[in-house]
Write a protein that binds this ligand. Structure first.
Ligand code: SF4
Ligand code: SF4
Length: 305
């Protein structure tokens, strides 16, 4: 049976062990989700979503009870998409990241440069490769993306990210020097098995302090995915980091009730017509990525401008 949503981003911790220059500080109270709360949430998510991404803000592997979240997902047969900066990808945490319920692991290797500048990236990449080698041996079905979100053009990588690319070339016996990637068409480069190098550009986070951009536009928020913050607040997307669009809290309402609330329905209906109904969405630069879809919707609904 197809599920209603592709993904839910659940913030099991909004605390990070890094401070990337491109990742804005969380202004909310710093906290972690209780595994008991997650267990109840996972039971509601399992029939609704294809997979749960254990990340919105913060570093999931930093959660002191990380293993209990993977165990809960296994109990509820809820496939996991894990996004991590990879610093803690060792010991028992690494074993849990290789659990059969984990479908995909995204390792943000660009986070190294954003915290350690020109320091030797070798030991960090060796940790990443220990994980990819074990995954190839134990979990050849596991998708792994090594994320290098630093560019619009691969030849413009900064020095540390260029060194990361060199380590990747050596590990996977590839020559990427002539690589031309147009990220509008293709972002993934296969490395080995289901391991990919994933390119993308950086983006500006939506914020109430940004100037309004437009009242028209399309976004996949609430039709493809939604987010749940560490305190249980439900938001329409993984970019609403301060819960400006607070749809409700799983401590007080069921997830289905929240996702069918009048505010959630209005956001969904708006995007289906090419309208941005929420103030935060009207100030969101990210949705310019879906401009062509928005233009098609606008042509279909000329009454809205
Ligand atoms: S590692 Fe990820 S969550 Fe942590 S500061 Fe960097 S981008 Fe943000
Ligand atoms: S438009 Fe931006 S803020 Fe609004 S739901 Fe989409 S990604 Fe989130």
């Amino acid at each position: 049976m197809p599920k209603t949503y592709r993904r839910a981003n659940v913030e099991i911790s909004n605390i990070c062990n890094l401070k990337c220059s491109f990742c804005p500080e969380v202004e909310r109270e710093k906290q972690v989700m209780r595994p008991e709360t997650f267990d109840q949430l996972a039971a509601q998510l399992a029939p609704l979503v294809d997979e749960v991404c254990l990340h919105l803000m913060g570093e999931p592997l930093n959660h002191p009870r990380f293993s209990e979240f993977i165990a809960a997902c296994a109990r509820h047969q809820l496939p996991v998409n894990l996004t991590t900066n990879g610093l803690l990808l060792q010991g028992p945490r690494k074993e849990w990241a290789l659990h059969p319920i984990v479908r995909q692991v995204n390792i943000s290797v660009h986070s190294f440069e954003a915290n350690f500048g020109l320091r030797d990236v070798g030991p960090y990449m060796e940790r990443v490769f220990q994980f990819t080698r074990e995954a190839l041996a134990q979990r050849p079905d596991l998708y792994i993306n090594l994320r290098l979100w630093d560019l619009t053009d691969p030849s413009s990588l900064n020095a540390t990210n260029a060194a990361i690319r060199q380590h990747i070339e050596e590990e996977f016996h590839l020559d990427l020097s002539q690589l031309k990637v147009d990220i509008r068409r293709r972002k993934n480069l296969p490395l080995q098995g289901r391991i990919y190098l994933h390119f993308d550009s950086r983006f500006t986070w939506p914020s109430p302090s940004l100037p309004p951009l437009s009242r028209t536009g399309f976004c996949h928020g609430l039709s493809n995915h939604f987010g749940v913050h560490a305190d249980g607040t439900v938001v329409p997307c993984c970019l609403d980091k301060e819960a400006v669009i607070n749809l409700g809290n799983i401590a007080r309402q069921s997830l289905t009730e929240i996702l069918q609330s009048p505010r959630a329905e209005s956001i969904r209906q708006g995007f289906a017509r090419g309208e941005r109904r929420e103030d935060l969405c009207q100030r969101c630069p990210f949705i310019e990525r879906f401009a062509s879809k928005a233009r098609k919707l606008a042509a279909r609904h000329p009454d809205f401008s």
